[in-house]
Ligand binder design. Structure first.
Ligand code: ARG
Ligand code: ZN
Length: 878
């Protein structure tokens, strides 16, 4: 195991050596693959006399320089690399290593599962294949030869174009050449037998591209949606950014064992099969959506990531924030803007804001990293995308495009920094983005406190914005950021008043205090429309103001945001009552600001929803309660159980107020043959909301449960069926158990579908949940070696089973702690993801806080801990 060293962004130094050409030969055997690497090394720094190649968990067979074999006293070998003398400007280095793909359960480097070989090199996995300059600013032309004597390895794939495919005796050989220089993290190799789905795409300049989708045998028809998505993405990138594909073939391979969603290796994407396989019967609307978006994401990386890559890993957001932003734009164009945007905002509020408050807080461009795999975070990805989005808002679509064009004109074929990107945007638009850049270096969620002062004489209203940047675990000193707040102001009749001083519909908050004056009084401000910046707005909205927004705001997003505030206020008020010992007087509750009549508010809100003329796609959003993370905004610590109770109380009360109506809406809907279309997706979502509310309402409960059972049996699609299961999971455990066994009978053979089943079981409220988890771990479809299984069962439990995880005496935490210690030996990357809920101990009241912390302490002091878990545990404890 290599040492646990912290690397710093500011320590970056250019490489002393480059590798202009890389020729790799793989002799594939599951337990002993021989990798022969021939490198053309060019010295850049004439003062350098030694090269240090990265390498981990390798068995070195031989090394030679210009055909002369080195003896072991001519190089230095340790757990992280190989150092040897090079004192001329150009040499040929030949290195032979042996690796064991079958034993590689970390799923990083080259691994062998389910009779196929597969690689994952980003970020630093290539060093588990051979000794190399494994850093993104070393770009090389790769030629790859794959040799196998194993007949079942029908397909032998690597990056670029296939040069030759032939046989030598009983050895099958394929040679690939990638004409585009690339860093090692984009290298890929796949060998195995698959079913192959093919198509072509003709680029706008007439290049014919073969599209090839490699799938597990027998699953061909489940690949069509992914393939269609790919073609849409290719077309969209041409239309929107003028970007064309640049090789003759684009391959996508789906595998069951994969650490994350997918990987953009040049010309040869590797995907988690969960983000490829779909048909009506087995995949939900959400799955269809995710597949389309991830296929697009990896495709878009061909330009934002591959053609222009990162200089060092601290710049990860250069490619990820930008590519997420691009896939978000694409998704919004392909499906509904509103639901797409809301789901992105939920990721920010439920995960990214949470990361900011915990020990792993970091800017979108981190300054210090111990294990790079720990920085593929919601901050780098999703907040990174929000930062790009702000640029897009500030520069407009046209200005943004000019910046993109200049970025590619300047940097195609290079490894660059986030600063280079912002420079291109600034220059192309002749705009000073100096202040804006701080979004890259400052971590944390800005809080924008807003107050209102009316000047009756002048008939104007002044809004004052106070920016507070709370200190985070990684940074004590903060300064005000440049924050565009898209806003509008409603008068008492609901009309939008003229506010000529808005820039691009935005108020720019860029100092600790900014004031903004609007004509008129009695105005309701609608702030941060479309989530124009990754901040929290703290304005003391009254319930009537929120209902006013829901009735009249010009933006559906703003209506949704206001509805979340209505629910959150109710939940917080109820929670305050529960944890204070005050005897409740009726339902009149005191929250920190107002007396809130929760039942009254919910009844009035239900009334607005029933009577205002609200479109179905908006309505579905207005019917759903906020998550705990959103609802607790403003509360530093909570009692998780009491908070969950409060939330359930509000959910149930809301159902009592609107539920009678729910069943009526539901039965009115007609079920058509499944199609993944905007209308149908919305209709199904609406049905699910009504069903849930109808079950929660005492009067309609029994009728709704009958409806659920029927729908479950009759439905032709996974979306409706899963929605049925989710509803009875909350309200009728007997029916739930019954439907779950029938689900298992029907889909027990299918690993991808069974993840849903594991996930549902893991999030069920049962007193014996831990014993249940034990049973599920013994299920034939479960294995600790498969990240999807572990995430579905253990991940869902830890992240989403509030009552099961937060047990009074810490049994839930201990369960996770025990599991993580085992998992860390198998797959540190996955263990390091699932530890996340335990890291948040500072956000909970005692006894939860200490019990969670003691599990982190236990992990921290255990022997042989991975760098991944070590980094997180040690941060959490300082
Ligand atoms: N670059 C890949 C993507 O955007 C993800 C790679 C994640 N790597 C990791 N070590 N976690 O989609
Ligand atoms: Zn990506």
């Amino acid at each position: 195991m290599a040492e646990h060293i912290v690397k710093r962004r500011l320590d970056y130094e250019k490489p002393d050596f480059l590798i202009s050409e890389t020729a790799l030969t793989f002799d594939l055997f599951p337990e002993k693959t021989v990798v022969t690497s021939v490198l053309l090394v060019k010295r850049q720094n004439t003062k350098a006399s030694h090269i240090t190649l990265d390498g981990e968990e390798l068995c070195l067979v031989s090394v030679s320089v210009n055909d002369k074999a080195l003896s072991s006293d001519e190089y230095e070998l340790n757990a992280s690399g190989l150092k040897l003398c090079i004192d001329c400007d150009s040499v040929e280095l030949k290195i032979v290593t042996e690796i064991n793909p079958k034993q590689n359960t970390s799923l990083e480097g080259l691994y062998y599962t389910q009779d196929a070989y597969c690689t994952q090199c980003e970020a630093e996995g290539f060093r588990k294949i051979t000794y190399y300059l494994d850093r993104p600013d070393v770009l090389s032309i790769f030629t790859v030869t794959i040799r196998t004597t194993d007949a079942p390895n029908k397909y032998l794939l690597s990056n670029g174009n296939l040069v030759k495919r032939y046989k030598e005796g009983d050895t099958d050989i394929a040679v690939w050449h990638d004409p585009h220089p690339k860093p090692s993290y984009l290298f890929a190799l796949v060998a195995g037998d698959f079913d192959l789905l093919v198509d072509t795409f003709i680029t706008r300049s007439g290049r014919v591209v073969n599209l090839e989708l490699y799938l597990e045998k027998g699953r061909l028809q489940q690949g069509q949606h992914a393939l269609d998505s790919l073609k849409k993405a290719m077309k969209w990138d041409e239309d929107t950014y003028g970007l064309e594909y640049d090789l003759d073939v684009y391959m996508v391979v789906a595998v069951d064992f994969f650490n994350m969603g997918a990987m953009e290796n040049k010309g040869l994407n590797v995907f988690n099969s969960k983000f490829v396989l779909a048909d009506a019967k087995t995949a939900t609307d959400e799955d269809f959506f995710n597949i389309e978006s991830i296929i697009a994401h990896e495709y878009f990386h061909n330009w934002t990531g591959n053609r222009v890559t990162c200089r060092d890993w601290f710049q990860l957001s250069l490619k990820e924030g930008l590519t997420v932003f691009r896939d978000q734009q694409f998704s919004a164009d392909m499906s509904s803007y509103l639901s797409t945007r809301i789901s992105q905002v939920k990721v920010m509020r439920e995960h990214q804001f949470v990361e900011d408050t915990g020990p792993m807080s970091h800017p979108i461009r981190p300054d210090e990293v111990m294990e790079m795999n720990n920085f593929y975070t919601v901050t780098v990805y999703d907040k990174g995308a929000e930062v790009i989005r702000m640029l897009h808002t500030l520069l407009s679509a046209e200005g943004f495009r000019k910046g993109m064009d200049l970025y590619f004109a300047r940097h195609d074929g290079e490894a660059v920094t986030c600063d280079d990107f912002v420079d291109a945007m600034a220059t192309a638009n002749n705009m000073d983005l100096q202040h804006f850049r701080q979004w890259y270096s400052q971590s944390g969620t800005p809080l924008i406190a807003v107050s209102k002062k009316e000047n009756d004489l002048a008939a104007t209203t002044e809004f004052t914005f106070t920016q507070v940047n709370p200190k985070t675990a990684d940074q004590k000193e903060k300064s005000p950021l440049f924050v565009p707040i898209v806003a509008e102001f409603l008068d008492t009749s609901g009309k939008v008043v003229d506010a000529p001083s808005l820039t691009n519909s935005s108020i720019i908050v860029n100092e600790q205090h900014n004031s903004f004056s609007v004509e008129g009084t009695n105005l309701t401000p609608v702030l941060l429309d479309k989530f124009s910046a990754p901040v929290v707005i703290d304005y003391d909205y009254s319930i009537p103001e929120l209902l006013h927004i829901i009735r009249y705001a010009s933006s559906s997003y703003a209506k949704w945001d206001a509805s979340q505030r209505v629910f959150s206020a109710c939940i917080q008020a109820r929670y305050a009552m529960q944890i204070s010992n005050a005897t409740p007087r009726g339902d009149k509750l005191i929250n920190n600001r107002n007396t809130l009549d929760v039942q009254g508010v919910l009844s009035e809100y239900a009334n607005v929803l029933v009577n205002a003329d609200i479109e179905g796609d908006v309505l579905v959003e207005l019917l759903s309660l906020p998550s705990t993370e959103t609802a607790r905004t403003g509360l530093k610590t909570i009692d998780p159980i009491a908070f969950e109770d409060a939330s359930e109380y509000v959910q149930k009360s809301f159902a009592e107020h609107i539920g009678g109506h729910a069943l009526a809406c539901l039965s009115a809907s007609q079920v058509a043959t499944y199609q993944y279309s905007v209308e149908q997706v919305n209709q199904r979502a609406l049905n699910a909301s009504w069903l849930k509310l109808a079950v929660l309402n005492e009067d309609t409960r029994n009728a709704a449960l009958l409806e659920i059972e029927q729908r479950y049996i009759q439905s032709d699609n996974m979306t409706d069926r899963l929605n049925c299961l989710k509803v009875c999971q909350i309200e009728n455990i007997d029916l739930f158990d019954k439907l779950m066994s029938s689900f298992e009978q029907e889909f027990g053979h299918d690993a991808v579908i069974m993840d849903k089943w594991f996930g549902l079981h893991a999030t069920t409220k049962r007193v014996d949940i831990l014993a249940q988890l034990d049973l599920l771990r013994a299920h034939g479809q479960f294995t600790i070696n498969n990240p999807n299984k572990v995430r579905a069962l253990i991940g869902s439990f830890a992240f989403y089973n509030t009552l099961g995880f937060h047990q009074k005496h810490g049994a839930g935490y201990k369960y996770l702690g025990d599991y993580l210690l085992d998992l860390d030996k198998v797959n540190p990357q996955v263990a390091s993801r699932i530890v996340t809920p335990l890291l948040q101990f500072e956000s909970f009241n005692e006894p939860y806080k200490s019990l969670m912390k003691s599990q982190i302490e236990r992990i921290f002091t255990s022997k042989g801990l991975s760098r991944d878990l070590f980094e997180k545990a040690s941060k959490a404890l300082t």
